[in-house]
Design a protein around this ligand. Structure first.
Ligand SMILES: [Zn+2]
Length: 381
């Protein structure tokens, strides 16, 4: 017995637009079928605009939500990071309230699942309400190889906190960026049990390319200022991605985040590694931090598996996948909306390994529903 029949002006099923078709739901908004309008009978509810499965936000730092409006724009990445680290004078109550408000906004604008970076346990209580699905990436960072063990133990503690509540499937320990994790710490992170799904900030700044290619630039200066001995590091002459990616294990699925300085040679390189890789674009954060955008046309031309992320409220005015799409549309009016909605739904679900429940209107799934009307996205179910 169908519970609801929905007919939108335009139905997006997670892969493509369908016209004159009706979405049939059973109880609890579980998808029953998509059928032709002619065969749908009566009691059909009309939905204005586009009806899409819920959005997947593949990259967020929910725990930084209290920094909304506190970080200067267009400073470049090193100064951005410095600002985030320096803004410490927030009470725990403020941090928790900001987390709650940010999640409520995500829910409202149609986000149903999030790949969330956690350096602390601050988001745990909110996530336990299970209003949104989270994959928790416990992010490891540590330049100094001598303290890799104690660094790792502190991340293990955070990992345990999340794994106790959500089970190992929803938690990974992951490296922050290719330049910010010492070799012994990297080894511990990569070989951690159950680490089948990883995420890393990739090629967000040109300094990263300079460091790996020539051992020069802002990171060389920063390591020197930190008093780190970098003698064991040799420039590879290649881009950062081509220099470090082999340090992942072949079985690991990897979410590469930002990709502002990624080249078509990098895409070709990744194709021959055999790893399953998703390219997460966070255009509003790139605009906020450095007024830059990745080479989106190149990703499309090379049929790369693109997904979308909001990054945090430290580098974004809102946490909304629809707003990320709007920014891409402004920069590239020729990108089909159908393609960007795929990135936001079915691709995102695959990237977080949750395509059995999310990302498309297919029988037995409960992917949530978003209505897009008058240039706004809002959750229906
Ligand atoms: Zn990030």
């Amino acid at each position: 017995m169908p519970f609801k029949k929905l007919q939108a002006d335009l139905l997006f099923d997670g892969h493509r637009f369908r016209e004159r078709q009706v979405l049939v739901l059973s109880e609890d908004e579980i998808v029953e079928n998509i059928i032709d309008l002619d065969q749908a009978g009566s009691d059909i509810e009309k939905i204005e605009g586009i009806l899409s499965p819920g959005f997947i936000n593949c990259h967020c730092h929910l725990e930084l939500s209290h920094l909304k409006g506190h970080i200067d724009e267009n400073t470049g990445l090193p100064a951005f990071v410095r600002q985030v680290v320096q803004k410490r004078n927030f009470s725990e109550a403020d941090i928790l309230a900001a987390i709650e408000a940010a999640e409520a906004a995500m829910l409202q604008n149609g986000i149903v699942a999030v790949g969330d970076i956690s350096n602390t346990l601050h988001t745990l209580a909110q996530k336990q309400k299970r209003a949104i699905y989270y994959h928790n990436f416990i992010e490891a960072m540590g330049f100094n190889p001598q303290v890799a063990d104690s660094n790792f133990n502190s991340y293990q503690h955070i990992y345990n906190g999340f794994a106790e509540q959500f089970g190992p499937k929803q938690v990974s320990i992951t490296p922050h960026a290719p330049y910010s994790v010492s070799e012994p710490l990297w080894q511990k992170v990569i070989t951690h049990d159950n680490n089948g799904l990883l995420s890393i900030h990739n090629q967000e700044t040109e300094e990263e390319t300079l460091w790996f290619q020539q051992k020069t630039g802002g990171f060389a200066d920063m390591f020197k200022a930190m008093g780190l001995n970098t003698d064991s590091f040799t420039a590879s002459g290649k881009t950062s991605l081509q220099s470090y990616f082999h340090r992942f294990l072949p079985r690991q699925q990897v979410l590469l985040v930002h990709n502002v300085y990624t080249t078509k040679e990098d895409l070709a390189f990744i194709r021959q590694t055999g790893n399953k890789v998703f390219w997460c674009l966070c255009p509003n954060a790139n605009q906020y931090i450095s007024r830059a955008l990745p080479d989106i046309a190149m990703f499309i031309k090379n049929e790369a598996a693109v997904v979308l992320g909001t990054d945090s409220l430290a580098s974004n005015h809102q946490l909304s996948i629809w707003e990320e799409i709007q920014t891409l549309r402004k920069a590239h009016s020729n990108i089909p909306l159908e393609l960007m909605l795929q990135w936001a739904t079915s691709n995102g679900a695959k990237a977080l390994k949750i395509e059995d429940q999310y990302g498309s209107f297919e029988k037995g799934k409960r992917p949530g529903m978003v209505q897009i009307i008058n240039s706004e996205a809002r959750r229906l179910y």
